[in-house]
Design a protein around this ligand. Structure first.
Ligand SMILES: NC(=O)c1ccc[n+]([C@@H]2O[C@H](COP(=O)([O-])OP(=O)(O)OC[C@H]3O[C@@H](n4cnc5c(N)ncnc54)[C@H](O)[C@@H]3O)[C@@H](O)[C@H]2O)c1
Ligand SMILES: N[C@H](CO)Cc1c[nH]c[nH+]1
Ligand SMILES: [Zn+2]
Length: 433
């Protein structure tokens, strides 16, 4: 048998501790290098502003930019110029994203915690957000919709899209068309860490934003994590991932197709299947090899599967659930006979696809769920992008004179116990003599 194209295979229970740790971490040897390069790029944007951004376009996108901002006429023209079937599919996707995210709108609340004491909070839409849409190894009009549509649903004041320029100095026509369709306010031809730094700190041309959302490669994900001193981010949404849990009801070719679909995003994508039983696991492994051999983005697929790809045998679904919780995948596909029941066993997944016909591709583009999702195991703490990312909360408290008198003594006692005597005085002044 020729060497497998998969980094890991065999029984999950037989994985060496070091191999299991590496698979769970999905970090690469180059992570520290990426972080230090990104740090230097961000520093240049902070000191040089636009000049650094023009340099980065030359260096990383191999294009001499004339301007950073793309005039609105160009996006409107792009919306007219793209094939009508693409425009219609984008319109359908935008409609479903709007429907799903409108249902997530939060409500203001007020609660009386004791007589005369009311606390409340109100969601206020952010003033200005930046939406990053990737554009290196593929172009992502779908990511424009995933960021801009929920921002608009929330009522954000100004939505700025950044996406890397192509050879003509503009983001792809699809990206521009999606920006027009979704109602973006401004578009910049900017990619990678430069875009993130410009949105975080502002430059002569790019206004600084309150929050940056959107996915990207390892450079983009690292940059977002490095600018949190100045701006909020959604979640580290880096190179794509999938974990498929498959039982005897699964078709091996379908499981393999799902692994390849996410593998074709990036050589750093991480694609894993846990398969019940030796014969099905072997069938999945063989289907992956066959499909990878003829994949159109074969170089990316082979790189991803060779560095982080896994088809691992388990004896029963029970063995899968602790691994799912530890791995915390961006996408979890339950190719099982009772996926809706199995959902109750899932902890820590960015989003879950129930049943083998619920292909991740449907969620990537059209179901209306958001495809901007936490990666690298951070789904254990972060959630996928939602309308909630586009608000901040204003809280308040209202206190009647009677309630002030009733709280004065206990607040005085607590403040004294912390040694904060002016606080105690401020409260005790409201005692009824
Ligand atoms: N997690 C999610 O929600 C999600 C969703 C969609 C896509 N993705 C991921 O987004 C990523 C898209 O990546 P992409 O590369 O196609 O586009 P990208 O826009 O993320 O990256 C392109 C940019 O990377 C920068 N770059 C490239 N090489 C560099 C280098 N050597 N040094 C410094 N900067 C460099 C450049 O600025 C370039 O403009 C993929 O990893 C995909 O899996 C993730
Ligand atoms: N699978 C990606 C998230 O990891 C989203 C996407 C966009 N286009 C195709 N796929
Ligand atoms: Zn995808």
């Amino acid at each position: 048998m020729s060497a497998s194209i998969l980094k890991y295979q065999g029984a999950l229970s037989a994985l060496e501790p070091d191999a299991r740790r590496k698979l769970l971490a999905r970090t690469g040897e180059s992570d520290a290098l990426v972080a230090s390069r990104v740090q230097a790029l961000i520093a240049r944007v902070r000191t040089e502003g636009d000049r650094a951004l023009f340099d980065f376009a030359r260096e990383f996108d191999r294009v001499e930019l004339k301007a950073l901002e793309v005039p609105r006429e160009r996006w409107n023209a792009a919306l007219e110029s793209i094939p009508s079937e693409v425009r219609e599919a984008l319109t359908r996707a935008a409609r479903n994203i709007a429907r799903a995210h409108e249902a997530q709108r939060p409500q203001a609340i007020e609660v009386e915690t004791e007589p005369g004491v009311v606390v409340g909070r109100r969601p206020d839409p952010l003033g200005r957000v930046g939406v990053y849409a990737p554009g290196g190894r593929a172009v992502y009009p779908s990511s424009v919709l995933m960021g801009v549509v929920p921002a608009k649903v929330a009522g954000v004041g100004e939505v700025i899209v950044c996406s890397p320029p192509g050879p003509d100095g503009l983001p792809s026509a699809g990206v521009l068309a999606a920006a027009a369709l979704a109602g973006a306010d401004r578009v910049f031809a900017l990619g990678g860490a430069g875009a993130v730094a410009a949105l975080a700190y502002g430059t002569q041309s790019v206004p600084r934003v309150d929050r940056i959302v959107g996915p990207g490669n390892a450079y983009v994900a690292a940059a977002k994590l490095q600018v949190v001193d100045a701006v909020a981010i959604d979640a580290p949404a880096g190179p794509s991932e999938i974990l498929v849990v498959a039982d005897a009801s699964a078709r091996p070719e379908a499981v393999a197709r799902e692994l390849l679909a996410q593998a074709e995003h990036d050589p750093e994508a991480c694609c894993v299947a846990l398969v019940v039983g030796a014969s099905l696991a072997e069938a999945v492994r063989s289907a992956v090899e066959q499909q990878a051999r003829v994949a159109r983005r074969g170089d990316i697929v082979l790189s991803a599967l060779g560095s982080r790809g896994a088809v691992l045998r388990i004896d029963s679904l029970e063995e899968a659930w602790p691994f799912v919780a530890d791995f915390a995948p961006e996408h979890l596909l339950l190719a099982t006979s009772k996926p809706s029941e199995d959902l109750a066993r899932v902890r820590n997944a960015g989003t879950v696809f129930l049943g083998q016909c619920a292909s991740v591709a449907f969620g990537d583009y059209l179901t209306g769920a958001n495809h901007v999702l936490p990666t690298a195991g951070l789904a254990r703490a972060y959630s996928g992008l939602s309308v909630l990312d586009f608000y901040r909360w204003t809280t308040w408290q209202r206190v009647t004179p009677e309630a002030a008198a009733a709280m004065a003594q206990d607040v005085g006692t607590l403040a004294d116990s912390e040694g904060l005597f002016a606080h105690a005085a401020a409260a005790r002044a409201w005692r009824v003599p």
